[in-house]
Design a protein around this ligand. Sequence first.
Ligand SMILES: [Zn+2]
Length: 439
Amino acid sequence: MNFAKNVELIASPPKSGRIDVLVPRCLIGNGKDVLGTSIDQEGLSSIQIEWRDGVITSIKGLKEISKGPEEILLPRFTEPHAHIDKAFSWSRSSNLKGTYQEALAANLSEYELRSKDELIFSVENSLNLALVNGIRAIRSHIDSFGKSAMRDWDLLEDVRKKWQEKIFLQFVALVPLDFWQTYEGDLLAQRVASNGDLLGGVIAPPFNKRRTFQSLLHLVQLANRLNCDIDLHIDESQSCSACGLKLLLDVLGQVKNEISITCSHLSSMGLLKEKMISHLARKMAKNKLKVVALPLTNSWLLGRKNRSTLIKRPMAPIFQLQKAGVVVTVGGDNSNDAWFPLSNFDPINLMAFSMPIAHLSPWDRLGLSPFTSSAAQVLGLQWDGVFQKGSPADFILLDSNSWVKALSDRPKRRVVVNGEFLNELPKTKNQHSQMISHD
Ligand SMILES: [Zn+2]
């Protein structure tokens, strides 16, 4: 197949092009543009898109074509939950048993010894992969409780500047919850808030209810004082179902909260009875809580028992949350570290592996949105990833004419960043040296 045959690059001006593609109908913002265009059984429509100076200038339905387009067009993706600071550390910090407890222990000892070069390797490797795989924004949690925390945040600030044209980065300071009550915690919070980043923490059983309530209350008050959002690792467990969420809702019942709170994982909530799930989901919607479900790491880590396969898996109840009006997105979480040995910042891989686990389908609007528009919404991005005139020409093109093939065949892909195909972009000097040293 001639991979480029549907493309017609216009000679001038730059960052422009026109392409015939298949687009999921739910990702087209204005129905009028494509009125009367047919939709196939997987929800894809044949569309012509034109862009100029990095911005979409025209979207129209293709009619009466003898042969349909052979590529699927998707917006560049948003990764709502990553750990770029420890990605690709598996070789020096493995976890062959695959349990949560062993992952935590391996992470703590790896973090204590993590050198500046190792941190840079993890981060740059993650970003290089994310870019070629078609990711435009990442929210990454950053281990921030050790003596190297400030050094790491300085370094990450440089990385963010270097990458800002290609990938938008948002960081979450990941610390034990009590840390925010310390002097160092207060200093870190001010720094995080002044950069527009987020405060994080972990609430997983077993925990002391009273103490955790106090720590959580302090964190929510601190975040409101600093006008800084929160993203918590909460209820990543197979026991004490939704204990952390219930505490959080109790806290929110006592304080006025005006910042955005994301609940990452929320795995044990899925083990509750349906009635309780919808009761809590409604309360979450009322408090505008957002959710990042992480099916891959949950399936790998949680509820492991020697020689006994767990059938009922802890995972955020995505449908019930969506039904209650909660914004839910699906993230990749860890890559090639003690928490999860597989994965590689590839959003198509993430879809292919997490969709069967979570019963999400790419041809359903609410099956696709956790990977596209909801992820952009959780990060508060300007563009929600829906195509319309005036939106950025930020695409990935999959060499496939159906979802089933796209998610089965690992199709070739092309990435368009701000109107330009990725292989046409000039490489930065640092990126080039990174590739030489680690390829
Ligand atoms: Zn995580």
